[in-house]
Ligand binder design. Structure first.
Ligand code: ARG
Length: 459
């Protein structure tokens, strides 16, 4: 029947709409390389158990090399009956080497084949993503180092809270991304589990050496249950979870920078390379790059949730629903490749306005420091907090800023205040108190930068 791999028992033709509905070649063709490598390893394992002769094995391997070349040169011709990449490669192989090509699929199913192809493809894909994450981290560290002395307001509830270093803000996201790289390395190990040799579901009846297959394909372990091996799409879901968490981090990062680039904050200016204008308002410079990073996170969560919904009610082993795994995986990968490169571009080219950042600091942000001043004079923190609060209220009542209260005024609140209270009104002094590990003091920020730089140097 129409040269279909499974045509033997059929007499009727497939509805053309069904044909298109069923086909995955349009997107799974991007796994051509993994598919060929999987087949080359598999035919070797067939030779080891005597299903093909050494000569037949050579013929098939060389035939597959030719198919590979056609893909590489962009001249592989997809035929209408090529349902998916597995069908297409096998059809072409048989055209090139003749009937012996029909021995390749002995004991194998597209079920163990597709799971193998996807794992091989994803194993490489996550390495490309990893490279871009490392570049982003390098830019974060480099900037943090170069701009260590720049101060800015730190926010909670989007209200000015305490002075911090700009570098400290930069590094906060670097640590999130760093954990994402660690998680990536961990999930890659699980991605590289070999399903090949599980057949359609029951296993392999020719006793192929699966450890040999694992080694040939550079994978890290062999699946231990054939039903699980062809059912399992955990590795796709895990990648999608991972991508979602990374997107959360990058979306929040982008949101901070969108705010910082407004005239109201004016802490940063994006380079023209990553901004766009308005077709109506000539003065506009919009942060489209960052908005898209934020926006595309929604698409990535959508891929994750959508595929989980497809998975949740599927009965045991392979069902065609599983074919939905691919677009979720490819789209997430493609989206992240764009997001990461743009994020790195944005961060390496934006300009900061250190004056605007420092002018945004206000003495009320040192109210905590005022309380610490009293703590150093022996007051319990709870009382000190309340006294400093009374000073804030007094300044508000007098309509002046906190640091403009006179010593006499402050003494009316509490007589522990002395001349040296003037030393509180100093932002650099303020940030450098936070010298415990992980704080915003220059010494601590330098330490985090060197810790992450050391990690980067070995990555
Ligand atoms: N194109 C299919 C997929 O992506 C390959 C596996 C087909 N297996 C089957 N039993 N129909 O899932």
């Amino acid at each position: 029947e129409g040269g279909k791999l499974w045509g033997g028992r059929f007499t009727g033709a497939t509805d053309p709409v069904m044909e298109a509905f069923n086909a995955s070649i349009g997107y799974d063709k991007r796994m051509w390389k993994a598919d060929i490598e999987g087949s080359q390893a598999y035919v070797k394992s067939l030779q080891k158990v005597g299903i093909v002769t050494a000569e037949e094995c050579q013929t098939i391997i060389q035939g597959l090399d030719k198919v590979k070349e056609e893909w590489m040169n962009g001249c592989f011709e997809i035929k209408p009956q090529d349902e998916d990449i597995h069908t297409a490669n096998e059809r072409r192989l048989k055209e090139l080497v003749g009937v012996v090509g029909g021995k390749l699929h002995t004991g194998r199913s597209r079920n163990d084949q597709v799971a193998t192809d996807m794992r091989l493809w994803l194993g490489d894909a996550v390495l490309s993503l990893r490279g871009h994450l490392v570049s982003l981290l390098s830019v974060m560290c480099r900037r943090a180092e170069a701009e260590l002395d720049v101060l800015m307001p730190g926010y909670t509830h989007l209200q000015r809270a305490q002075p911090i270093r700009w570098s400290h803000w930069l590094m906060s996201y670097a640590w999130m991304v760093h954990r994402d790289v660690q998680r990536l390395d961990q999930l890659r190990e699980r991605v590289l589990t070999l399903p090949l040799g599980s057949g359609a579901l029951a296993g392999n009846p020719f006793n192929v050496d699966r450890q040999f297959l694992r080694q040939e394909l550079g994978m890290s372990s062999v699946s231990q249950n054939s039903l699980d091996a062809v059912s399992d799409r955990d590795f796709v879901v895990e990648f999608l979870f991972w991508a979602s968490l990374l997107s959360i981090h990058l979306s929040r990062w982008a949101e901070d920078l969108v705010l910082y680039s407004t005239k109201e904050f004016a802490f940063i200016t994006l380079s023209d390379a990553y901004s766009t204008g308005s077709s109506l308002m000539p003065q506009k410079k919009n942060s489209d790059s960052l908005e898209l990073i934020r926006g595309k996170s929604g698409r990535i969560y959508g891929n994750c949730c959508g595929f989980m919904m497809s998975l949740k009610g599927i009965p045991s082993t392979y069902n065609k629903d599983l074919q939905e795994d691919k677009e979720a995986m490819f789209d997430t990968y493609d989206t992240l490749m764009g997001v990461l490169q743009v994020a790195t571009g944005v961060l390496s080219t934006l300009k900061i306005d250190r004056k605007a950042m420092e002018e945004a600091l206000s003495p009320d942000m040192l109210a905590t420091d005022l309380a610490y001043y009293l703590v150093k004079k022996g007051k319990p923190f709870r009382d000190a907090h309340s006294i400093a609060g009374e000073c804030v209220a007094l300044a508000e009542k007098k309509g002046c800023i906190l640091s403009d209260l006179s010593l006499e005024d402050m003494k009316t609140v509490n007589n522990l205040f002395e001349e040296d209270v003037a030393s509180v009104w100093n932002y650099s002094h303020s940030v450098d108190q936070y010298s415990a590990e992980g704080g915003t003091a220059a010494s601590s920020v330098k330490e985090q930068i060197s810790a992450l730089s050391a990690w980067l140097a070995s990555n």
